[in-house]
Ligand binder design. Structure first.
Ligand code: COA
Length: 247
């Protein structure tokens, strides 16, 4: 089984994060697979919407921390940066089905989705600052805009995690759905979006999502600061502590 499963149902491309033994933590290889799939989905006329889900009762525990450490040690790749840029500029509707943990980029990628459904057992968290890191994916701009500065500060600065119900109340999630209904609901909504007049839908979405250049500029500024933070002693200490836990 691939760590990212790509399946097509009608006009919907379904991307399932499928690395449950590691809580679907996103590796460079997984980001590359997502980038290829999104590229195809953008190009392919027959695809009208993309659905993102996680396997095994987890959405994703965020970026693979081992890959973060390796990126600094080797001066190496951060495929997540390309993924973030790609999803932020993606022109077709995106639907997310969240069941279980949504951590870090698992949370911030939702800011680029149009419809978000989550189960009551979902838990969202943005632990960037606690890890010595910074918010990414434009979340420093988009989260305060979306949920207000009070909640954004509690979630991004104080690192408070939140429930699906809180996400719904804050206007981040559309609805809290029973686990057995989650995928069916998300698929139905994605198929409905995919069936809309395409040009009008994409144009409406583009206007609604705000100035793309402003968002992409913020993403790049965040990424530059993120890379510096990643190499800092405080981040290295926090990330290494995670990798060494239980050893
Ligand atoms: N990167 C790499 N590996 C990860 C991971 C991540 N982001 N999240 C979880 N894993 C791995 C764990 O190391 C563990 O591996 P092991 O079985 O080889 O030891 C496995 O996934 C299961 O995770 P575990 O921590 O045992 O599960 P848990 O239910 O006790 O806790 C989390 C789940 C998500 C709360 C916890 O794993 C965690 O805090 N992960 C880091 C989340 C994070 O900070 N992400 C980055 C944000 S920028």
């Amino acid at each position: 089984m691939a760590d990212v499963e790509v399946a097509r149902t009608g006009a919907v491309l379904e991307l399932t994060l499928n690395r449950p033994a590691k809580k679907n933590a996103l590796t460079n290889a997984m980001y590359r697979a997502l980038n290829v799939a999104l590229h195809e989905a953008e190009r392919e006329q027959a695809i009208g919407a993309v659905l993102i889900a996680g396997a095994g009762g987890v959405f994703t525990a965020g970026n693979d921390i081992g890959d973060f450490v390796a990126a600094v040690a080797g001066g190496g790749e951060m495929a997540g940066a390309d993924f973030i840029r790609k999803i932020a500029a993606f022109p077709k509707p995106l639907v997310a089905a969240v069941d279980g943990l949504a951590v870090g980029v698992g949370c911030t990628l939702l800011l680029h989705c149009d419809l978000i459904y989550a189960t009551a057992q979902s838990r969202f968290s943005l632990p960037f600052v606690d890890l010595g890191l910074l918010p990414e994916a434009g979340s420093s701009l988009l989260l305060p805009r979306r949920v207000g500065m009070a909640r954004a500060s509690a979630w991004l600065l104080a690192g408070e995690s939140f429930s699906a119900e809180e996400a719904r109340e804050a206007g981040l999630a559309n609805a809290v759905v029973a686990p057995e209904a989650l995928l069916a609901t998300a698929r139905e909504k994605a198929a409905a979006l995919a069936a809309k007049p395409r040009t009008a839908l994409m144009a409406a979405r583009k206007f609604m999502r705000g100035e793309r250049d402003e968002i992409l500029a913020r993403i790049d500024a965040e990424l530059e600061a993120f890379r510096k933070a990643l190499a800092s002693p405080e981040a290295q200490a926090a990330l290494t502590a995670f990798l060494n836990k239980g050893k």
